[in-house]
Design a protein around this ligand. Structure first.
Ligand code: GLU
Length: 375
């Protein structure tokens, strides 16, 4: 059975809808599209599926309320407009969902909710409780308070965080583009939509980061970042065109629409998915080809012998990225040594450590149990 076919069995689904799909422009909600989206979601719920909606559009709606079409320039103004618009947005959702007999529950999250383990568990429990009550959670970033380091910044990343939080089977990003193209379709007439991207390679990141993308707030690169997180957490992701009628049903019937990012086969355990997404990243550890091979094929731990260099100011116990020779992110994990100590032992065998460093000796730089593969 192909991955597309397996989407037919997806039971817990996160749907993310971007501002460009929900609004004609600042201040003007596309009510017809919102109505269709809600109807489709309720139909899925009626089939017995659990659906969580991550919706942008707070700022767009807020601008409408205060009669402005200009995006707010300052951060406090943006916060204020989001506070106004979030209520409006919920009012519209509440109205349409209830017409189809469904109750909604608003959940506003920040990065903190995933980074701090306790908050992570509480957020997860709240979302699962809502699903248990047959409610459709309508989720957005808490834009009115989330600034600086607690801000996620884009709803693509937020939706991957939510999908990870609730162990979703599928994450569907509805956007104003119908998938990932081989090149920017506006500049290259021969650009083709990719049906499936099984691995986020540096090449894919380059394509996604190409200039001139006409996407909304996040753009394609944030969608690719979301794919990385989702795939390694065992969530299959699809990017598709939000304006297409019946798009969710087509995707969940296994139709070849949009671009599919299949979940990695091993579903991460709860703690590990938190490790991959929620933890703040404090540095990078560069490893050699042999180490990459051992990580990918033998599920090995990282030993100092395979480490080539390290960057960032990390302490023992922090979460770092593990990068291969071409700077591709291979894994994330909790490092047993701080940066200064690791610099002393990199490239060395464990038996040499006692001559090189003082303090506690660990055989592994990162133990396999504290590591999540990202490829
Ligand atoms: N949270 C923002 C809003 O509701 C949108 C962020 C995004 O579009 O990625 O307006």
């Amino acid at each position: 059975m192909g991955v597309r076919d397996r989407l037919k069995d997806a039971n817990r689904i996160v749907v993310k809808v971007g501002t460009s799909t929900l609004a004609y422009g600042p201040g003007r909600l596309n009510l017809l599209r919102m109505e269709r989206l809600v109807r489709e979601i309720v139909d899925l719920a009626n089939q017995g599926k659990e659906v969580l909606l991550v919706s942008s559009g707070a700022i767009a709606a807020g601008l409408g309320r205060i009669g402005s079409r200009e995006k707010p320039a300052s951060i406090p103004q943006k916060q204020a407009v989001a506070a106004i618009g979030q209520g409006m947005l919920m009012h519209v959702y509440e109205k349409i969902f209830s017409e189809y007999g469904k109750v909604t529950g608003q959940v506003l999250l920040t990065k903190e909710n995933a980074v701090r383990y306790h908050q992570y568990i509480h957020s997860r429990n709240a979302l699962l409780a809502l699903l248990g009550m047959g409610v459709i959670p309508v989720i957005n970033e808490n834009d009115a308070v989330a600034v600086d380091e607690i801000r996620i910044g884009d709803n693509d990343s937020l939706s991957a965080m939510v999908a990870t939080l609730v162990d979703a089977d599928a994450l569907i990003l509805l956007s104003d583009i119908d998938g990932l193209y081989t090149a920017n379709p506006q500049q290259h007439a021969d650009a083709k939509i990719m049906d499936e991207v099984a691995e986020i390679t540096p090449d894919i990141e380059r394509i996604a980061g190409g200039s001139g993308s006409r996407m909304g707030t996040g753009g394609m690169i944030t969608k690719i970042d979301a794919a990385k997180v989702a795939m390694s957490a065992g969530v299959t992701m699809v990017i598709a065109q939000g304006s297409q009628e019946g798009i969710l049903h087509r995707i969940l019937s296994g139709d070849p629409v949009g671009t599919l990012f299949p979940a990695k086969p091993s579903h991460l355990k709860l703690r590990k998915s938190w490790l991959a997404f929620g933890k703040q990243l404090d540095g990078d550890i560069l490893v050699d080809e042999g180490c990459v091979h051992a990580l990918k094929n033998q599920g090995s731990s990282i030993l100092a012998a395979g480490v080539v260099d390290c960057e960032g100011d990390f302490a023992a116990g922090n979460t770092v990225r593990v990068l291969g020779p071409n700077k591709q992110e291979i894994a994330r994990g909790i490092v047993n040594y701080n940066k200064v100590t690791l610099k002393r032992i990199l490239g060395r065998q464990t038996k040499e450590f006692s001559d090189l460093i003082q303090g506690e000796i660990h055989e592994e730089v990162i133990h396999r149990d504290n590591m999540v593969l990202m490829v």
